[in-house]
Ligand binder design. Structure first.
Ligand code: FMN
Length: 192
């Protein structure tokens, strides 16, 4: 951890301008202002994964994503549920960011998983895929009950989550992520 606040990278699995998932990340960023620096990294320019374009010099939006992951202390993923899974956009970004395998910027990175949906399950069925993909990339997924925001259309407005109970729930999860970051940085400093 460096600087005055832990640096978190928010990644929304939705490209939609009025996305509820991006609204969740914005709501958290505002609720935690003065405690953590959470920036949202849009996935709009990330191309479909192509092994022929992967390697030392992947496409520049991919390089920017990987650099942002490498530089942050922890990532917060918030995905819509599409047909019971995470969004293809998010899976595609994880695939790029997971390279090279066993040495990617996701390796050992503390990660918090969230989902939001207008549905009553809040995107809960997307979590298994998100958790598996991040585990495969060797990220340190925070072990806690999943953060799911149901009926998201009633809880966000003007691009921000405003519902207090949901915000409190999400902020408590970020606290767990901060604990994980501290644990990891403590382990790392003991090793050097
Ligand atoms: C292709 C597709 C599949 C969807 N499947 C699900 C689903 O399985 N479960 C669910 O709760 N919502 C589902 N939805 C509704 C999304 O949760 C909803 O569009 C949501 O607002 C998308 O997230 P966003 O607001 O961040 O863009 C689906 C939407 C699309 C376009």
């Amino acid at each position: 951890m460096s600087g005055s606040f832990p640096r978190l990278l928010g990644i929304s699995g939705s490209l939609r301008r009025d996305s509820f998932n991006t609204a969740v990340l914005r709501g958290i960023a505002e609720a935690l202002r003065g405690k953590v620096a959470l920036t949202i990294h849009p996935l709009n320019d990330i191309p479909p994964y192509d092994g022929d374009r992967d390697g030392e010099e992947p496409p520049s939006p991919v390089r920017a994503l990987k650099a942002a992951i490498a530089e942050c202390d922890g990532v917060v993923l918030c995905s819509p549920e599409y047909n019971w899974g995470m969004s293809g956009v998010l899976k595609n970004a994880i695939d790029w960011a997971s390279r090279p395998s066993f040495a990617s910027p996701l390796k050992g990175k503390p990660a918090l998983l969230m989902s939001a949906s207008p549905g009553s399950a809040g995107g809960a069925r997307a979590h298994v895929q998100m958790r598996d993909a991040m585990a495969s990339a060797l990220a340190r997924v925070v072990a806690r009950p999943p953060v799911t925001i149901s009926l998201a259309h009633q809880k966000a407005a003007d691009g921000r989550l405003f519902d207090k109970a949901s915000l409190d729930f999400a902020v408590a999860a970020v606290d767990d992520l901060l604990d994980e970051i501290e644990l990891v940085s403590g382990h790392r400093s003991k090793r050097v």
